[in-house]
Design a protein around this ligand. Structure first.
Ligand code: PGA
Ligand code: ZN
Length: 437
């Protein structure tokens, strides 16, 4: 008699990648992992526009005959033909082992061979499948089932930079409704401010069309006018700026950097040195209740970043996105050099779930705050909502309160907050405690 092979229910039976469209109408990859017990996990990978040069590689076909070269059929083939045969039979519960195998199969530091998009889709889908097999929510599978924290949303209500066809140089003008008792109340405040902003823009004859991340994208007199309009909208909505709601910026300054100068190329082409950029931020922080600035300087301007941190690092949160690219080595280097006090976390900058979690743990251990983030090209996947709760990051940045690919994450967080009841709590103003008098 033949010995019956006993397969674990959580071992991977099938891995199937496919090409789908992201929120900008560009191709991206979605992968379905099926376990032997029948559980299924599906994950889609987002895509940035203001990508950091040090990010892991997003593999695109480069075939001009399809999607202007942006097709991802090579990445899909890597999932279906290279990765699948190697990971079938592996236990989806052993995420680290799986991710190590994926890293090993690629063998390059930036995941150039298989593509970080291909690798990440498998890494995330396996985690989802494992949580389905265990019949527990994804946040419980990814987290430690301890008391869990609902993040403060950084809501991007005005879009500029590479995310909009307007004259704003700063990429993101965000509101952080931290002074709220719950996530539900925080998102309500954000939506009310968003609608007041729309009314105000209309009244002033400005466009109310939205940019890539669902925030409005009008042409304004200057970047600072955006801050004035947001302040007025907060007041109109009946909230106190600097108490209920704080302001935040993502300057995405790597996009402005040309020959060691920062060029406001979408408006008057004025040029500023690193020091002059820091002067500008000091002025803005004095004039407005800005609690956080992301990528105030460029990814390779380490001396500028050190000066920025020395001058503003005790007053506000300074988030490193392009400079760290969710890479633990770059983060450790930054910590050693006294750069930033916070890190933006994007799964696809590094390419596996395990490496992402390691970077978050490292930051948390060193007293750096952590902000889980979407990309400007998104899908309806809500993985990052669960991840932010699981890792107790305290903050999430996932766009405005319009466009379903953004709102899907907020809606998932509303659901999680309800599910958690007394086991969860809203991060609230505590996340900004070092910067609030
Ligand atoms: P990206 O923008 O997804 O286009 O890189 C988001 C960000 O800079 O934070
Ligand atoms: Zn950024």
């Amino acid at each position: 008699m033949k010995a019956k092979v006993r397969r674990k229910k959580t071992s991977i039976a099938q891995v199937q990648g496919r090409e789908i469209l992201d929120s900008r109408g560009h191709p991206t990859i979605r992968t379905k992992v099926t376990l032997h017990g029948g559980a299924v996990g599906i994950a889609s990978v987002p895509s940035g526009a203001s990508t950091g040069t040090h990010e892991a590689l997003e593999l695109r076909d480069g075939d001009p005959g399809r999607y202007f070269g942006k097709g991802v059929l090579k990445a899909v083939a890597n999932v279906n033909e290279v990765i699948a045969p190697e990971v079938v039979g592996m236990d989806a519960l052993k995420q680290r082992k799986l991710d190590d195998r994926l890293i090993e199969l690629d063998g390059t530091p930036a995941k150039n061979k298989l593509g970080a998009n291909a690798i990440l889709s498998v890494s995330m889908a396996a985690a989802s499948a494992a949580s389905a097999a265990l019949n527990i929510p994804l946040y419980d599978h990814l987290g430690k089932k301890e008391a869990l924290i609902l993040p403060v949303p950084l809501v991007n209500i005005l879009n500029g930079g590479t995310h909009a066809d307007n004259n704003l140089n700063i990429q993101e003008f965000l509101i952080a409704p931290a002074g709220s008792p719950s996530f539900e109340e925080a998102i309500r405040k954000a939506a009310e401010v968003f609608h007041n902003l729309k009314k105000l823009l209309k009244k002033k004859g400005y466009s109310t069309a939205v940019g890539d991340e669902g925030g409005f994208a009008p042409n304004l007199r200057a970047d600072e006018e955006a801050l004035d309009l947001i302040m007025e909208s907060i007041v109109q909505a009946g909230y106190r700026a600097g108490d209920d709601i704080f302001l935040a910026l993502d300057v995405a300054a790597s996009e402005l950097f040309e020959e060691r100068m920062y060029v406001f190329k979408k408006s008057d082409r004025s040029r500023r040195s690193s020091d002059e950029m820091i002067d500008l931020y000091e002025r803005l922080v004095r004039a407005y209740p800005i609690i956080s600035i992301e990528d105030g300087l460029a990814e390779d301007d380490w001396t500028g970043w050190a000066a920025l941190t020395a001058r503003l690092g005790k007053k506000i949160q300074l988030i490193g996105d392009d400079i760290f690219v969710t890479n633990i080595h770059r983060l450790k280097d930054g910590i050693r050099k006294g750069i930033a006090n916070s890190i933006l976390i994007k799964l696809n900058q590094i390419g596996t779930l395990t490496e992402t979690i390691e970077t978050v743990s490292c930051a948390q251990g060193q007293g750096y705050s952590t902000v889980i983030s979407h990309r400007s090209g998104e899908t309806e996947d809500t993985f990052i909502a669960d991840l932010s709760v699981a890792l107790n990051t305290g903050q999430i940045k996932t766009g405005s309160v319009s466009r379903s690919e953004r709102v899907a994450k907020y809606n998932r967080l509303l659901e999680i907050e309800e599910e958690l009841k007394d086991r969860g709590s809203f991060a609230g103003k505590k996340v900004f405690a070092p910067y609030i008098a």
